[in-house]
Design a protein around this ligand. Structure first.
Ligand code: PFF
Length: 448
């Protein structure tokens, strides 16, 4: 049985950063920062990422590398036959649902890319972009086809394996993403009146912060780091003992924050410079950005570049979601990888069809007052991911000994005892308490 492993440390960091950076940082972050108070939201998001997200990320890495097993088997090995084995299965189910609707948005990016290249976005009015976008997502044929294409790319890369597929692709895609983003940011901040947008993102105005935006910032911190679903357990299981886990975690967190910052700096200066609204919501990127770019020289080209890197980012996240599934069902037996990637990828596509149709023929089909897309998104973001994160933050201090945790954390390079203890106690107390508060709020039992 041949086993996978990462070829290089940087390959692992880029692949894990690729999982983290996706629709969360590029699509969701600007619009919830836009509606949630700009700079103040950004600051709270930063704090949650560093204080709560980082310990969980290190924790998932430790579980993965210690056991060298897939997400389901890892918990079985540490706590055989116990309740805790539910964590791995929960992560797999969450990723399944998440990828089924994530691929819908991936499909929208592909269609928009196609439309931008074809020139159909040229010369439209601000309202025209919104109308065009709504027409596009309501049309079942092209959206389903694009969603299928998105899944197809994910299947082909994951079937190739960790080293040849995910690592090689991430190594090319991630640096390209930074470079392209830098071009966009330079263009955006050099616009007339861009200062207002920069201030909106970077100068905190706490009067704009609501309790809801604090909760969104917390959810966003977990979502963008891909923590709580054991994807990072799976990725870390391919790591050699020489990798220093806290260092890897902090590199990923810094890259993640940097990309969210770049996304904000690419978008808000343009939004303000052209007198658009920062709180346009989920349509911000699709309906507002083409207008921003259309007013620029070489605007279409810049927009095409933006969509390409947006697609790259969404794909590298999709790889990780499919990989957790493939690893768990093949038990890392590589001979079954190709077949499983196809079977699971196609199944996820089929399950995602109703989500795709939620913006068209199924828009009136509501369950619990939500379209299927919204229901899936709500269940994953507000219930399953925080639940997974909560269970992991309880599992580690309860079921893994302190000495074992320290030993695993300190492999590769020394780790100070003080750092270890801060990590341990934050994970043990601060993380679960914060997540429980979010839960109580979601259930409407706590209004803070
Ligand atoms: N971190 C990804 C994003 O921000 O788009 C979303 C994600 C990927 C969440 C993989 C969970 C996961 F397992």
């Amino acid at each position: 049985m041949s086993q996978e492993h990462w070829k290089s440390k940087i390959g692992f960091i880029l692949a894990a950063a690729g999982s983290a950076i996706g629709l969360g940082a590029i699509w969701k972050f600007p619009y919830i920062a836009g509606t949630g108070g700009g700079g103040a939201f950004f600051l709270i998001f930063l704090l949650f990422t560093v204080i709560l997200g980082a310990p969980l990320l290190i924790g998932e890495f430790i579980i993965g590398r210690r056991t060298k097993l897939d997400a389901v088997s890892a918990y079985q090995k540490i706590a055989p036959g116990s309740f805790w084995t539910v964590i791995g299965r929960l992560g797999v189910v969450t990723c399944f649902i998440l990828l089924s609707f994530y691929s819908v948005i991936g499909g929208w990016i592909i269609i928009y890319l196609f439309e931008a290249i074809r020139g159909s976005l040229d010369g439209l009015s601000q309202d025209g972009y919104g109308t065009l976008f709504n027409d596009i997502i309501a049309n079942p044929g092209p959206t389903l086809f694009a969603q299928f294409l998105f899944m197809l790319i994910a299947i082909l890369v994951v079937a190739k394996g960790v080293q040849k597929g995910i690592e090689v692709t991430s190594k090319i895609m991630m640096p390209a993403l930074f470079l392209l983003f830098l071009v966009l940011v330079i263009r955006s901040v050099s616009l007339d009146g861009s200062m207002e947008g920069i201030k909106f993102l970077l100068v905190p105005d706490f009067s704009k912060l609501t309790s809801e935006s604090v909760l969104f910032a917390l959810g966003q911190a977990f979502f963008t780091l891909s923590v709580g679903v054991s994807v990072m357990v799976t990725y870390a299981s391919y790591l050699p003992k020489t990798q220093h886990l806290p260092q890897a975690a902090f590199s990923i967190i810094i890259i993640n924050i940097f990309v969210a910052l770049l996304a904000g700096l690419a978008i808000f200066p343009g939004v303000f410079s052209f007198g658009l609204e920062p709180d346009a919501g989920p349509v911000l990127i699709f309906a507002v950005l083409p207008a921003v770019f259309s007013n620029m020289q070489f605007g279409t080209l810049f927009f095409i570049i933006f969509l390409l890197l947006f697609l790259f980012a969404a794909l590298t996240s999709a790889f990780s979601m499919l990989e957790i599934f493939v690893a768990a069902t093949t038990k890392k037996d590589n001979t079954k990888r190709t077949k499983r990637s196809w079977q699971l990828g196609m199944l996820i596509f089929l399950v995602g069809i109703p989500s795709c149709l939620s913006y068209g023929v199924l828009s009136d089909f509501l369950l619990f007052d939500k379209t299927i897309f919204d229901l899936f998104d709500y269940t994953v973001s507000n219930i399953l991911m925080p639940l997974g994160a909560l269970l992991i933050s309880l599992f580690i201090p309860l079921r893994m000994s302190k000495s074992m945790l320290y030993e695993e954390m300190a492999l590769g390079s020394n780790v100070g005892k003080v750092f270890f203890h801060i990590w341990y106690y934050v994970l043990k107390y601060v993380t679960p308490i914060a997540i429980i508060i979010v839960f109580l709020d979601v259930l409407g039992l706590w209004d803070f």
